[in-house]
Design a protein around this ligand. Structure first.
Ligand code: ASP
Length: 334
């Protein structure tokens, strides 16, 4: 698989990025995208980075910027986070999210919530209003409610596209696939997973004080079963931020990101081996790929160097520099 990385760190003419987002990596090809859909995605991506940029310009913290930015994508039905999340095998929406503050390594996460309108805010509440890092299931929903967050009926998260996606996945979820999974073979199940359009959202930000933060929010993977939790809410796997190195948000086949502790590994490569953000991202994504996984990530270091890297055919992504210049991309060849 080809590794795509769009980044900027040239000493001359160096741009300083302050906020970078992704809206999921996967099989995203021009041929299967309508012009209207492409415009719709780009509009939400642009709006999201603008909202975060305004927060930073107003002197707010990187954590504030990440939360506000992720809200825009969670509220859009286009992405697999908040409204528009994928369905579990049982036809429910179970949402995962995490946020991390690079100033002090404080972190909060929730997994398998079904009633919080904006899961990223529930993750932030866990970070700021509890002594815990990760809450799950109905307990996490109750906590969010007690923290005063907006709660919704689970039907709020429904979209027809995602429901149809579940029906297709259920058709493929045959006895043979289960057998192949058991045998760990490169199987039709793998083909299904590799072809999945993921759609998770994430944001990394660098504020005026030089503080970093990262956040990720997702519905996980279509047809997930047994209360499956992916990498997004696991600190160090899908989400990580440390002022001393980098802020990272991942998207992709979560099991591989969990096993490879991708976000923390990237930060460790920068801290212990002095790799640049681009070198570290390439290294960790290579591991994911070698193991048979796919996906992407965004990472932003304390100097404003960033990378938007992926080994799929596309990743919804955007970035903004300190002078307010926005870049929005979808496919690998741009
Ligand atoms: N990483 C997410 C998960 O495995 C899925 C995604 O990024 O789209 O739950």
């Amino acid at each position: 698989m080809l590794l795509i990385a769009i980044s900027c760190s040239d000493k001359e003419n160096r741009k300083k990025y302050v906020l970078v987002i992704h809206g999921g990596a996967g099989t995203i090809e021009r041929a299967s995208m309508t012009p209207e859909k492409e415009i719709a995605y780009k509009q939400v991506l642009e709006e999201a980075v603008q909202v975060g940029y305004q927060a930073i310009q107003a002197g707010k913290s990187a954590v504030d910027a990440v939360e506000a930015t992720v809200h825009v994508m969670e509220n859009s039905p286009l992405f697999n986070a908040g409204k528009g999340a994928v369905f579990t095998h049982e036809g429910r929406n179970e949402l995962d999210a995490a946020i991390m503050d690079g100033r002090n390594l404080m972190a909060g996460a929730i997994a398998g919530v079904t009633r919080v309108r904006n899961p990223i805010s529930a993750a932030r509440a866990v970070m700021e209003k509890s002594e815990h890092v990760l809450l799950s299931g109905s307990g996490a929903d109750s906590f969010a409610e007690q923290a005063g967050l907006e709660m919704v009926d689970p039907s709020y998260f429904y979209t027809k596209d995602r429901w149809d996606g579940l029906q297709r996945a259920l058709e493929l979820d045959s006895v043979e696939a289960a057998q192949e999974r058991k045998n760990h073979q490169a199987s039709s199940l793998n083909a299904q997973m590799i072809d999945r359009k993921f759609g998770t959202v994430g944001c990394v930000a660098l504020d005026n004080k030089g503080d970093l933060a990262a956040g990720t929010s997702t519905g996980g993977m279509t047809n997930k079963k047994f209360g499956r939790i992916g990498d997004a809410p696991i600190i160090g796997a899908g989400t990580y931020a440390n002022n001393e190195s980098v802020a990272v948000s991942c998207t992709g086949w979560g099991e591989f990101y969990l096993r490879n502790v991708v976000a923390y590994d990237l930060a460790a490569l920068m801290s212990y081996k002095s790799l640049t953000v681009q070198e570290a991202a390439a290294r960790v994504l290579k591991k994911v790929e070698t193991a048979g996984g796919n996906g992407g990530l965004i990472a932003l270091d304390k100097h404003g160097n960033m990378t938007m890297s992926f080994n799929t055919t596309g990743m919804y992504r955007a970035a903004i520099t300190d002078d307010g210049k926005v870049e929005v991309y979808i496919y690998e060849d741009e």
